[in-house]
Design a binder for this molecule. Structure first.
Ligand SMILES: [Zn+2]
Length: 101
């Protein structure tokens, strides 16, 4: 098992998991429920992480992560309601659920 992606925003992590799973690679999320348990600022090692189950899928999964992040950089959108930056794959703001109009 190998870690392919981590982010402090769990929504981005589950989104990445879905993208990788869509390519028929078996993945799971580690530390999914570690955040916010006691209301403290999360340490880096409690960020949710995406792991591939089979090491042979690692390179393919990393390519998916890298290409996904590249395209996100050019297609990110900014919420008109709260000015938060959103991943291009989101249809609503991750922070306030405002629609991307
Ligand atoms: Zn918003």
């Amino acid at each position: 098992m190998k870690k392919v992606y981590t982010n402090e925003i769990s929504l981005l992590v589950s989104n990445m998991k879905n993208i990788i799973e869509a390519q028929e690679i078996e993945v799971f999320i580690k530390n999914e429920y570690a955040q916010g348990a006691v209301g403290e600022v999360s340490a880096f090692d409690t960020w949710p992480e995406v792991w591939v189950v089979n090491d042979t899928d690692f390179n393919r999964a990393m390519e998916i992560v890298n290409s996904s992040q590249r395209s996100d950089n050019t297609l990110d959108w900014t919420c008109k309601n709260c000015a938060e930056e959103n991943d291009s794959s989101f249809e609503v703001c991750w922070k306030c659920q405002n629609e991307n109009t």
